[in-house]
Design a protein around this ligand. Structure first.
Ligand code: 13P
Length: 332
């Protein structure tokens, strides 16, 4: 049967029922060897996907992997801006994402036309943009950052340098509170990290007095205030590995707990509860659109592919490459 690419991709992913007799994991394994595919997965992916990936990491580590990938095809198990970043760093490679609907509420909170006006209205500012943004926003940016290096990148700039920081207001305000720089902060946020309930976290802490509260800097100020440690997903993982507590309340998307349990099987990890206890909103609905089944179909048909506007690619890649250069220089 001929595969009609466009028809099957109408929904943003390959819409085809998989033969139930197929062993999806071994087929993925076979096809990725045959086609020289590398699978990169973010810590927010489900455990089954993390377990079959060639590399699991945070946004910074995944960017580095994409830049040096020795493969013909990169399959990105994560959200759209991450796959786009991989394409910008590996423009000669085919980059696949299993579901084009895997967006990001934070990236959506910064529309390119409004941001361009904001930048033009505030000339003379260095534009630092969090990687959770579209390529159009990156094309208006001087330096990209991730949550692993944002603080050090801002701190590396001269004290009198004026900065625009976008799009995450919580990460921006967290850095601003630590570095005393003139920073104009875009008013964007991640729906997962703003969903955590301070009251429920404090209650959990009372019930588990030896627990440490560890959170991502995209969380709101009251949640950051009660935290014992604040860091990117990679930094949270490194922290629980070296710290001596035996129980942690984890204030970020729950996918990271899979790696924490793998690395520290004797410790306990409690997902920080959201305000609405019925919503499951500490799971990112976009991240969880990626499934093993979609990965199988994506490798099989080499679609959906991340296709970007050539005119934007060079301008959007420049600030990401600058981020990697600064991070290497600073030893991050
Ligand atoms: P890191 O990968 O830098 O931890 O950030 C994850 C993220 O996208 C939070 O929304």
């Amino acid at each position: 049967m001929m595969f009609k690419k466009n028809e099957n991709l109408k929904k943003g992913y390959i819409d085809e029922i998989i033969d139930p007799s197929i062993d999806i994991k071994s087929e993925i394994e076979r096809m990725r060897k045959e086609k020289n595919v590398i699978i990169l997965a973010h810590y927010y992916q489900t455990g089954d996907i993390q377990d079959i990936a060639d590399f699991v990491g945070d946004s910074l580590a995944l960017s580095r992997q994409a830049a040096k990938a020795n493969a013909d095809i990169i399959l990105f198990a994560g959200v759209h801006f991450m796959a786009e970043t991989a394409k910008l760093l590996a423009p000669g490679k085919k980059v696949l994402i299993p579901d084009l609907n895997a967006g990001c509420s934070l990236a959506d909170s910064c529309p390119a036309d409004e941001f361009e006006k904001f930048v033009n209205d505030n000339k003379g500012h260095t534009v630092i943009t969090y990687v959770n943004s579209t390529a159009e926003i990156k094309a208006l940016t001087d330096i990209v950052c991730t949550s692993s290096n944002a603080f050090k990148i801002v701190e590396s700039l001269p004290e009198d340098e004026k900065i625009i920081f976008a799009p995450d207001r919580n990460l921006g305000n967290y850095i601003k509170s630590k570095v005393k720089r003139d920073m104009l902060i875009w008013n964007g946020a991640c729906h997962v990290h703003e969903a955590f309930s301070l009251e429920a976290i404090v209650k959990l802490k009372k019930e588990n007095s030896s627990a440490k509260i560890i959170v991502h800097p995209e969380c709101e100020l009251p949640v950051r205030i009660v935290a014992d440690f604040i860091g990117s997903t990679g930094q949270l993982l490194a922290y629980v590995k070296k710290d001596n507590a035996d129980i942690y309340i984890v204030g970020t998307e729950s996918g990271i707990i899979h790696q924490m349990k793998k690395e520290c099987p004797d410790k306990s990890f409690i997902p920080a509860p959201p305000t609405d206890s019925t919503c499951g909103c500490n799971d990112c609905n976009f991240m969880k659109l990626i499934t093993l089944e979609k990965i199988y179909k994506t490798i099989k048909y080499e679609a959906p592919e991340v296709i970007m506007d050539e005119s934007i690619m060079e301008r959007a890649a420049r600030p990401i490459i600058r981020m990697l250069e600064i991070s290497d220089r600073l030893g991050i």
